[in-house]
Design a protein around this ligand. Structure first.
Ligand code: FES
Length: 680
């Protein structure tokens, strides 16, 4: 029972607050309020995981004057801990310190206990922690002839007594090692307890001798092109190391459908692809462990995301059914199993969780992106686009969310473009075209100055200019449109050959020479067409979702994936890849799928959240929607045949709209319409 005269305690960064009687231990107050404080030693003062810090000062907004005088003096446990390990000035152990007056208490995030582990740069977002694994240090009664209880039974008794877990399940494999482990630890051991959910039966999955003050997890995004894997401390939340590789399944087929076809045509083709991806993941785990000097044995929980085909192949499920309507998933719900079931070389008891899939075309990766960006947590309409060879699209707010995928193909990644290449030194990444002279200037990866600036020539000779990466492909087509080189229908205007020698005729069409050097880089009519087809597929998918929600505009756009990180949203909008929106509200969110996986790894509440959300997301099958074709045809134009882009027009001078009666494809200025697009 508390009363109004009891000290008021505010925990940061969560902002949770409450009144507690004097003498209450800080850790008890935190837990009472639902503030996550890690503890491995169960309050013995030996793990140092429960550190906190008093924020001194007058916090008028909260009506709290907080001071170090309002917390108990350094206790014996803290003095002992400080004598053995580092306890920074001002830091306290919340299992020792007690509340003596009003306090503002900071629970430091990503607390590093193991000095040898270097924290990798994260994107700075904070994830509240509540992992599925809990490390529990216990001291077990030694065997006694008069009490014939087995070693493991006494261990379970100790866990129940000290940590409150009841009815604990135990992995069979532990029975074979428990006696050695207990004796090695001199009857002091750390038990790893896994729970599928807060209410699920606890499960003893690993035992380590003595105090094991660290546990690790893996968050992995299996993309069709690349696999990205992160090693994360389950106790501090820090990303310790990351590693990535090309998906080895590429040798069976570039895109998803060709991999499904491979399975259909080759007996055991699915098994070969399953083995290939699992081998790669084992290698990546080896890489991150080596880099951070962490043992595979210390990895206890793994979370995976991937599109439906990757999801099925990784799980060893034949993806044939995903190759055609009705695109039936073998399983759409979450997967919770042992990592060893999938041949992953980590601790024998390690658990594996795979996020649920949204639909046969919208996978666990889209679920992870949704979890990360949270359209379902917003009032405003948020559009989330993850562009890969298949674009996955989620749109909505807390009332209603819809999702679809669109087959954009590999054009945005440069695969169908005559001079496309991956982003590497020598690839053009930025393009600007002078609308008067039609002369371009470019920026190349690995070369700081633009091509018209001092110092460029020398570096370009050394590095070479070899092709265009994804961001440049978007920019060059958009700039060609803005400069009038291509019409809004995407036709390279051959009349301009008289004005510039960069426009050259090739058969019945024209090309634009972007770069003259050792290697000539030209944008052909086919290249423009490939981009038009890809962007029209994406926009038509988005438009179908907007129709479903009966909205004509979105409030914000999140671009997920590597592609989104480098493209300039302005050019994406000029091309009509995405709908009109305030450019300030368009942002690249990086590997949101990987980040969503990390959220699910560090907090099982996020697993429950996304499991519920996916059941509520309405799935749209673009191929079956009658309006898809109409939207697709409109979206072939730049930026779009029928959609106005008024917000974009305040930022960019768009060319005048083409007169629909002018079939020659040469733009005419639309006369006297103040509401039309701005002339350049
Ligand atoms: Fe281990 Fe406080 S809980 S030191």
């Amino acid at each position: 029972m508390t009363n109004q005269t009891d000290p008021l305690v505010l925990f940061m960064p969560s902002g949770k607050r409450g009144r507690f009687p004097k003498g209450t231990q800080v850790i008890d107050a935190a837990r009472d309020l639902g503030v996550y404080v890690e503890s491995v030693c169960g309050g013995r003062g030996i793990c140092g995981r429960c550190q906190c810090e008093v924020q001194e000062g007058n916090f008028a907004k909260h009506g709290i004057t907080s001071s170090n005088d309002h917390i108990s003096p350094l206790g014996e446990k803290e003095k002992f801990y400080a004598s053995k390990r580092e306890l920074k000035e001002g830091r306290r152990l919340s299992c020792s310190a007690s509340i003596e007056g009003d306090l503002v208490i900071d629970i430091p995030q990503e607390l590093q206990i193991n000095a040898q582990v270097v924290r990798k740069a994260d994107d700075g977002r904070h994830i509240d922690r509540n992992p599925a694994i809990q490390m529990c240090y216990v001291e077990v009664e030694e065997p006694d002839m008069h009490k014939p209880l087995g070693d493991i039974d006494r261990l379970l008794q100790a866990i129940t007594k000290e940590w409150g877990f009841e009815d604990i399940k135990i992995d069979f494999s532990l029975l074979q090692t428990v006696q050695k482990t207990l004796r090695k630890g001199k009857w002091k051991v750390t038990a790893a307890i896994h729970r599928e959910s807060e209410t699920a039966r606890p499960h003893l999955i690993a035992i380590y001798p003595d105090l094991k003050n660290e546990a690790y997890g893996v968050a992995c995004d299996i993309g069709s092109t690349t696999i990205a894997l992160h090693l994360v401390s389950l106790l501090s939340g820090a990303t310790i190391a990351s590693s990535g590789t090309s998906n080895p399944q590429i040798r069976f087929g570039e895109d998803l459908m060709s991999r499904v076809s491979y399975v259909m045509m080759n007996p055991d083709g699915d098994k070969a692809m399953t083995n290939a991806v699992r081998e790669s993941i084992n290698e990546l785990i080896g890489n991150v462990c080596k880099e951070s000097k962490v043992s595979r044995e210390d990895i206890l929980d793994l979370v995976f995301v991937g599109n439906p085909v990757m999801h099925h192949l990784f799980l060893g499920i034949d993806p044939t059914e995903l190759g055609g309507a009705p695109f039936a998933l073998a399983v759409s719900g979450p997967i919770d199993t042992y990592a060893s079931e999938l041949d992953l070389q980590v601790n024998q008891g390690a658990r594996l969780y795979m996020l649920p899939c949204i639909a046969g075309h919208v996978g666990a990766d889209a679920a992870a992106v949704t979890l990360c960006e949270g359209p379902h947590r917003q009032d405003k309409q948020m559009l989330v686009v993850d562009v890969g060879t298949n674009a996955e699209i989620v749109l909505g707010n807390r009332k209603r969310t819809v999702a679809a995928s669109s087959p954009t193909g590999p054009a945005f990644e440069g695969a169908e473009i005559s001079c496309g290449q991956r982003a590497a030194p020598g690839a053009i990444e930025r393009v600007r075209i002078n609308p008067e002279t039609l002369e371009p200037r470019v920026r190349v990866i690995g070369i700081e100055p633009w091509s018209n600036e001092d110092g460029f020539e020398a570096l370009a000779t050394k590095i070479g200019v070899t092709g265009l990466c994804g961001s440049a492909i978007i920019e060059v087509v958009a700039e060609m449109y803005l400069a009038g080189i291509i019409t809004e229908d995407g036709v390279i205007n051959g009349d301009l050959a008289q004005k510039s020698d960069r426009i050259i005729q090739e058969g019945r069409t024209f090309s634009y020479i972007l770069w003259r050097g050792k290697q000539q880089l030209a944008i052909t009519q086919n290249d423009v067409r490939a981009i038009q087809l890809a962007k029209a597929a994406l926009y038509a998918g988005i438009k179908l979702l907007m129709d479903k929600l009966e909205i004509s505009e979105v409030d914000s756009i999140s671009f997920a994936g590597a592609f989104g990180t480098f493209i300039d949203p302005k050019y994406a909008m000029v091309l009509g890849l995405i709908p009109d929106c305030d450019l300030k509200k368009v942002k690249a969110v990086g590997n949101a799928a990987g980040y969503g996986a990390k959220m699910a790894l560090l907090n099982q509440d996020y697993r429950r959240e996304i499991e519920v959300v996916v059941t509520k997301i309405e799935k749209i099958e673009t191929a079956l929607e009658p309006d898809f074709q109409k939207h697709f045809v409109n979206a072939m134009a730049m930026p779009n045949k029928v959609e106005p882009f008024p917000k974009l027009a305040t930022q960019v001078k768009l060319p005048p709209r083409q007169d629909p009666s002018n079939s020659a494809g040469v733009p005419k200025r639309r006369g006297g319409r103040s509401g039309g697009r701005r002339a350049r």
